[in-house]
Design a protein around this ligand. Structure first.
Ligand SMILES: Cc1cc2nc3c(=O)[nH]c(=O)nc-3n(C[C@H](O)[C@H](O)[C@H](O)COP(=O)(O)OP(=O)(O)OC[C@H]3O[C@@H](n4cnc5c(N)ncnc54)[C@H](O)[C@@H]3O)c2cc1C
Length: 464
């Protein structure tokens, strides 16, 4: 008699083909692709990868995994930056990229229902002819399910909000396989606990999102992009603060320091700009209001020593500029061929932005690393991309020390360790300092109530 014990995960892998057919696999290359995201955590192979296509499949798989105590890690596009998708305790990586249908669009109500594997680029392509757009725009090809799970944002958040403000409701499969809907299509509701917001930012630790109802926005009548360069980082930041305090409704206001600008000039072939602190801006509205906003910002910029303020309404020029901004991370990484970038992600109240940014700049200089700075400064959120030559433990530890310094300053200034990338593995150590023990205990109680067996993305957000 064969008495070799079967692992619980093997029981799941053996039973799942009943409803997943050959879409659950132990293929080595596919497991490698799901071993980590765009981060520097040590890769861990999942025991299997399941390519789900329907809510029912997700529900049956989770019920099975829950029954056998097998970890489940939801996987969108794997672009997260803090070790989120690394299956540190093995188990099944549930890949949602094939659930990528736009199910409904209502032009009258300006909302839509999509599957979680849809990307923002795909959605905007789909919406274009209807005069609508979805504004939340991380600089990656990520899924909207992943964006919900990480509470993502992007360059438009200063005007249109983050994913949190643009989700009306979710369909979610809970750890035991139950399927819930978290809300209606109403634009506002005062109707009990807000499960939508609880799930947004939960990083796959409370449930798997299988449908998303999103708010959409009308494509503005006029849009114009502007670029302005500054003698110092401080003068650029001063411009941002004044523009926001004056209530000029900028759609985008992004800062690139001189190192990041140098990287973008080289990578995106941006001609006519110098390697100096630079603001990229965009204005949305009527033709007249766009011109008025641009003139008001120009006046503030000039007062702060800004020069070369140039604004353009033609779509090609605008798209080229914003493509360069969205490629900023890759431009930074290209400065260190064969190396990697570690993105930091603090966010502070806007009045403390100058202290946080200039402090980070000093920290970078002292560290000896090259680390371009780029930021969604309209929200007080900025990133440094710490460039490392290799992933040796000593190199990574030194880079994390720099990240820690930047985070601790942001916390001291009333800010957060993560404006948009999330906690994953990388930011767990800051949660106690940021929220306090009691608030963290409440979060753990929520996790315990929704996932008592701890199968959903274990090891993330909490340190144990
Ligand atoms: C070049 C670059 C630029 C970036 N720019 C930005 C930026 O501007 N703003 C920003 O916010 N982020 C940015 N990011 C980070 C990243 O793109 C976001 O965190 C994104 O939201 C992750 O989506 P994803 O589909 O890749 O999710 P994944 O990396 O696959 O997963 C992320 C987390 O979400 C969970 N998850 C995924 N799908 C689901 C689901 N359907 N249900 C439940 N949980 C799920 C996973 O378990 C994991 O915990 C950038 C990353 C890169 C590489």
């Amino acid at each position: 008699m064969n008495n070799i014990a079967t692992r619980p995960v093997d029981t799941v892998i053996a039973a799942a083909p009943e409803f997943l057919a050959d879409r659950i696999t132990v293929n080595d290359a596919l497991r490698q692709q799901h071993a980590r995201g765009e981060d520097t955590s040590t890769p861990t192979l999942p025991d299997a990868v399941a390519f789900v296509e329907t809510t029912e499949e997700v529900s049956r798989l989770l019920a099975l995994c829950n029954q056998h105590g097998v970890p489940v890690v939801a996987f969108g596009a794997g672009t997260s930056l803090e070790g989120h998708v690394n299956p540190v305790r093995g188990g099944i990586s549930v890949d949602l990229s094939r659930m990528n249908q736009v199910l409904e669009v209502s032009a009258e109500d300006m909302d839509c229902l999509i599957e979680p594997g849809v990307t923002r680029q795909q959605l905007n392509e789909y919406l274009r002819d209807q005069g609508l757009f979805f504004p939340v725009d991380p600089g990656s090809h990520c899924t909207i399910g992943g964006m919900c799970a990480t509470r993502a944002s992007g360059t438009n958040a200063v005007r249109y909000g983050t994913i949190r403000e643009n989700v009306l409701s979710l369909e979610v499969v809970l750890a035991d396989g139950r399927v819930i809907n978290t809300g209606s299509r109403a634009r506002k509701a005062s109707n009990g606990y807000d499960l939508t917001r609880l799930l947004i930012g939960s990083e796959g630790t409370l449930g798997i999102i299988t449908k998303v109802r999103l708010r959409l926005h009308g494509i503005p009548e006029a849009m114009s992009a502007a670029v302005c360069q500054f003698p110092t980082l401080a003068s650029a930041v001063e411009t941002v603060i004044t523009v926001l305090q004056m209530g000029i409704p900028v759609a985008r206001i992004e800062l690139l320091d001189e190192v990041q600008m140098q990287a973008c000039i080289a990578y995106s072939k941006l001609e006519g700009y110098g390697a100096q602190p630079t603001l990229f801006l965009e204005f949305h509205g009527t033709k007249a209001s766009v011109a008025e906003q641009a003139q008001s910002v120009e006046a503030v910029a000039v007062e702060n020593g800004g020069s070369g303020f140039a604004w353009a309404t033609d779509a090609d020029h605008r798209n080229r500029l914003w493509k360069a901004r969205h490629d900023a991370y890759w431009a930074a990484v290209a400065m260190k061929p064969g190396g990697r970038g570690i993105a930091t992600d603090v966010c502070v109240p806007i009045s403390r932005l100058a202290e946080a940014l200039l402090g980070a700049k000093d920290d970078i200089e002292q560290s000896g690393f090259s680390a371009p700075i780029v930021g969604h400064v309209g929200d007080g959120n900025f990133h440094t991309v710490i460039l490392v030559e290799n992933e040796e433990p000593a190199t990574l530890a030194a880079a994390w020390e720099l990240d820690k310094k930047i985070v601790h300053r942001a916390l001291a200034l009333g800010g957060t360790c993560s404006g948009e990338h999330g906690i994953g593995l990388g930011k767990r150590e800051f949660l106690e300092a940021e929220h306090g023990l009691e608030a963290l205990a409440v979060m753990r109680s929520v996790k315990q109530a929704l996932d008592p067996r701890g199968i959903l993305n274990p090891g993330k957000i909490f340190r144990n």
